[in-house]
Design a protein around this ligand. Sequence first.
Ligand code: G
Ligand code: G
Ligand code: MN
Ligand code: NA
Length: 249
Amino acid sequence: IDIERDLRRALDDDGLQLAYQPQVSLVDGSLVGAEALVRWHDLERGTVSPDEFIPVAEDSGLVVDLGAWAVDAALEAIAAGLEGVVVSVNVSARQLDDPGLVAAAEAALARHDVDPRWLRLEITESALVRDAEHASALLRRLHDLGLRVSIDDFGTGYATLEHLRRVDVADSLKIDRTFVSGIVHDARDRAIVGAAVALGRSLGFTVVAEGVEDAAQAELLAEMGCDAGQGYHFGEPTTPEALARRAAG
Ligand code: G
Ligand code: G
Ligand code: MN
Ligand code: NA
C-alpha cells in the first residue's frame, strides 16, 4: 500500500482532478468565487480522500509538485471559462518552505493568458503563524505578481491580532466550518463567528464562511455582515464546466 508512489504516478499521468466548490454572495446570491479541491480517483484504490493523501504528500514533499499542478490546472480552468469568478487554490505550509514557490507561480502565470487577479492562494492560519515573518514576506511577493491571498481555516490556528495586522496583502478571511456549524443552536459559536466577521470586515477582508449547510445558517451569517458562504447549502465541489455554466447563468 505505497500511497506515495501511487500518488506520484497519478500526478505524473494526469490522474488528478480539481473539483470547484461555489462561494456565493450572502447579499445577492450571486456566484463570487470557488475553491479548487484536488480529487484522486484511482483504478485500484477507488476514490482516495484528500484527508488521506494530502498528509502523505506533505510528509514526502510531493505537495510542492501537487501544488504547482493545482495552480496550473486552476489557471487553465479560468482561461477556459471561469474568468469573473475568483478561484482559490490551497497552499500547504510545506509549500511555503519551497524556495521555488514564487518562481513556479510566475512561470504558471506566464503559461496562461489569464488576469492573475482571478486566482487566490489560500494559506491556512496555522501555516501563517508557524513562521510569520517568512510567510508574510512570501505572501507579499505572490501578491506582487497580481495574485490574491486568503487566510484559510480562521479560528483554528492561533493567529493573533498582530498576525492579522501584518498580513496586509490578504484580502479574504475564511472562517473555519467547525465554528459555522454551531451558529444556529450554540450562542457561544454565534458570538465567536459574529466577532470574527466583524473583525475581518473592519480590517478590510472579504469574509467567507465555510461549511454552510442550511438556509438558517446562511441567513444568520448575512445578518452578521459576512460577505460570502461556501458549503453544501450552496453546492458541492463540481466540475469546472458545471461551475462555468453556473457563472454564466
Ligand atoms: O474536499 P475536501 O475533502 O476535499 O478536502 C479535504 C482537505 O484537503 C481540506 O483540508 C483541503 O484544504 C485539503 N485540500 C484539498 N485540495 C488541496 C490542494 O490542492 N492542496 C492542498 N495543500 N490541500 C488541499
Ligand atoms: O480547505 P478545507 O479544509 O476547508 O476544505 C474544504 C473541505 O470541506 C472539503 O473536504 C470539502 O469537501 C468539505 N466541505 C465543503 N462544504 C462542506 C459542508 O457544507 N459541510 C462539511 N461538513 N464539509 C464541507
Ligand atoms: Mn481551503
Ligand atoms: Na478551509
